[in-house]
Design a protein around this ligand. Structure first.
Ligand code: DX5
Ligand code: ZN
Length: 226
């Protein structure tokens, strides 16, 4: 049976109580903390950096999944590695030398991910897929939480799943944007195994109820596979 990971995005958390908010989603059954870094240049919003990553690292042992929406990207990667990131993902448009950026992330001891915006073709995978630990498909345009899921992302997930399976490697397939309990089943059926959800979890008072509902939907996909 496929193993599924739920990755709450702290973008929608209460930043005044960030440590508590991180621990609350892990206690509620989440697997990973998704950490959205925006620079007001590559995307039109400004969020959090390595200092905050280091602070989150001090309160949790859960993997920290850093999603870099910054350009240029290489200079800041070692800072996040030092701040305790486990996975670092970047957008191909934000790097002049994609293969070099992947190598840089790995040299820093982190897992490397490549992120695809809704209109970014998967052809960027052609010569580097074997070097990746994670492929992240954006189902919204990056920059803001709380947007609606773009259905074309399902077709892209299916394509990415085929490419991953052809490698025979354990490359995670993550989806980010507009993921909720009521669409997670379709998303998982399209091939995703790692699910970022910001507003769907942090926007509700009972985090465990949302994560349990998501797990319930994912269990149906697991049964399909048996
Ligand atoms: C968008 C971010 C997402 C965002 C998801 O640029 O990468 O991680 O926080 O938020 P929701 O789940 O609310 O769409
Ligand atoms: Zn993200």
């Amino acid at each position: 049976m496929a193993s599924f990971r739920i990755a709450p995005s702290i973008l929608s958390a209460d930043f005044a109580r960030l440590g508590e908010e991180v621990n609350a989603v892990i206690a509620a059954g989440a697997d990973i903390i998704h950490f959205d870094v925006m620079d007001n240049h590559y995307v039109p919003n400004l969020t959090i950096g390595p200092l905050v990553c280091e602070a989150v690292r001090r309160v949790t042992k859960a993997p920290i999944d850093v999603h870099l929406m910054v350009k240029p990207v290489d200079r800041i990667i070692p800072d996040f590695a030092k701040a305790g990131a486990n996975i670092i993902s970047f957008h191909p448009e934000a790097s002049e030398h994609i293969d070099r950026t992947i190598a840089l992330i790995k040299e820093q001891g982190c897992k490397a991910g490549l992120v695809f915006n809704p209109a970014t073709p998967l052809s960027y995978l052609d010569h580097v897929i074997d070097k990746l630990d994670l492929i992240l498909i954006m189902s919204v345009n990056p920059g803001f939480g709380g947007q609606s899921f773009i259905p074309e992302a399902l077709n892209k997930l299916k394509l990415a799943r085929r490419k991953i399976d052809a490698t025979g490697k354990d490359i995670w397939l993550e989806i980010d944007g507009g993921v909720k309990a009521d669409n997670i089943y379709e998303i998982a059926k399209a091939g995703a195994d790692t699910f970022v959800a910001g507003s769907a979890i942090y926007g509700k008072p009972d985090y465990k109820a949302v994560i349990d509902a998501m797990r319930g939907e994912l269990a149906k996909v697991g049964q399909l596979a048996c």
